[in-house]
Design a protein around this ligand. Structure first.
Ligand SMILES: NC(=O)c1ccc[n+]([C@@H]2O[C@H](COP(=O)([O-])OP(=O)(O)OC[C@H]3O[C@@H](n4cnc5c(N)ncnc54)[C@H](O)[C@@H]3O)[C@@H](O)[C@H]2O)c1
Length: 360
């Protein structure tokens, strides 16, 4: 059957209104933006935006992310709002993907104004997620890592790892990296990428050796199962652990005994208790929320012997801050395209008329 209502040759398709246009940041423009600003200045900028939003934490809508799990991975939606702007990120986590030449994590995200609900930014977030995750780790380390730490053990040398290294240098001054990955090709890739960037890089044959002399240890491995990247005997006093790879039910990196000896800091407990290292612990296991440390209402590092552990799973507010940063920078630089994304008829009740007028 034909659909005659869609035929009206006398009419021509109207040009989209300006409200129909949503600024879109493609991967190419995101990469241009990073090079324009500089990777480390951008990581510093993101760190400050995230910290600013952690300071006004109570304003935000908060909910654990909505996760759809499958045998091979997870697809998640991460929404939040500060009352004026709403944002969400779509992100996946598929550890098996790299074996098929695909990435473990891909993402995109959106901001909208709360007063009309119209989107105001659509952006790639695969690159941005790596930047915001590293900026969050560095923001936390700025408050918790032992004073003057220059050496970090970096365990898991995949897609996130260089970003973690650069953020820790930009924000905390870390410039010595001790590296371990079960796949030596990952470590070789990291060394290739960061050679000539002023780091002292030491590939190590085991995770234990990578931890020698390190004040910070970052674990960013990917495995869709309980893994034990660090055991209790490997963790000396005074260290800061930045554990970001355990971020799903059934996917952890640390032996539970480490958690018992550490002071554990988290983003949003209702989400971290489902997804983080603390999923291995009882429901009432004590944790400190990072926003309270940043606001000065809860203590961070108290002394040089304390083990601080950031059980980072990635929270929606960090993505919101990252999109807020990108929105301001692309306004200044014009590094976006207008996407004809929102149907916006002259008469808002005549959506069908607009469709009809667009008939070929
Ligand atoms: N917390 C957050 O906000 C956040 C954000 C993004 C990614 N992640 C998580 O970080 C992890 C790393 O992400 P990615 O994109 O770098 O993944 P990736 O697959 O690119 O890299 C992971 C690396 O870990 C290595 N690895 C696996 N098991 C190991 C082990 N037992 N010991 C040492 N190395 C091991 C792999 O060989 C690989 O090189 C993933 O689990 C991802 O879900 C967390």
């Amino acid at each position: 059957m034909n659909a005659p209502v869609l035929r009206n040759p006398a009419m021509t398709a109207p040009a989209p209104s300006t409200l129909a246009h949503v600024p879109f940041v493609s991967v190419a423009n995101m990469m241009r933006l990073v090079h324009h600003v500089g990777v480390e200045p951008m990581l510093l900028g993101l760190t400050d935006y995230i910290e600013e939003d952690f300071r006004r934490w109570e304003l935000f809508d908060k909910t654990p992310r909505v996760a759809s799990h499958s045998r091979d991975g997870v697809i998640e939606l991460m929404p939040t709002s500060d009352g004026e702007v709403y944002g969400f990120k779509y992100v996946n986590g598929h550890p098996k993907n790299t074996r098929a030449g695909l990435q473990t994590v891909t993402a995109f995200g959106l901001l909208a104004t709360v007063d009309t609900g119209y989107p105001v930014l659509l952006s790639e977030m695969t690159v941005l997620t790596a930047l915001r995750t590293a900026a969050t780790s560095a923001m936390v380390a700025r408050h918790l890592a032992p004073e003057g730490t220059k050496t970090m053990a970096l365990i898991g040398n995949g897609a996130q790892s260089e970003f973690q290294a650069l953020a820790m240098r930009a924000v905390c001054g870390v410039d010595r990296l001790r590296l371990f990955d079960i796949d030596p090709a990952s470590t070789e890739k990291l060394v290739r990428n960061l050679s000539g960037h002023g780091f002292d890089l030491t590939p190590c044959p085991t995770a234990e050796e990578a931890m020698e002399g390190a004040g910070i240890v970052t674990t960013c491995t990917a495995d869709k199962q309980y893994a034990t990247i660090l055991t209790d005997n490997m963790v000396g006093s005074g260290i800061h652990i930045n554990a970001i790879g355990g971020d799903c039910p059934g996917k952890t990196e640390l032996h539970p005994d480490i958690l018992k000896r550490s002071d554990v800091f988290v983003e949003y407990p209702p989400q971290t208790r489902i997804e983080g290292e603390i999923q291995q612990m009882p429901e009432d296991f004590p944790v400190t929320e990072m926003w309270e440390v940043i606001n000065g209402t809860k203590p961070g590092r108290r002394d040089g012997r304390q083990i601080t552990l950031f059980d980072g799973v990635g929270f929606a507010i960090e993505d919101f801050s990252a999109l807020r940063y990108v929105r301001e920078r692309v306004r200044e630089t014009g590094l976006y395209e207008d996407l004809d994304m929102i149907a916006d008829p002259d008469d808002p009740r005549d959506l069908f008329g607009m469709l009809q007028r667009a008939a070929p």
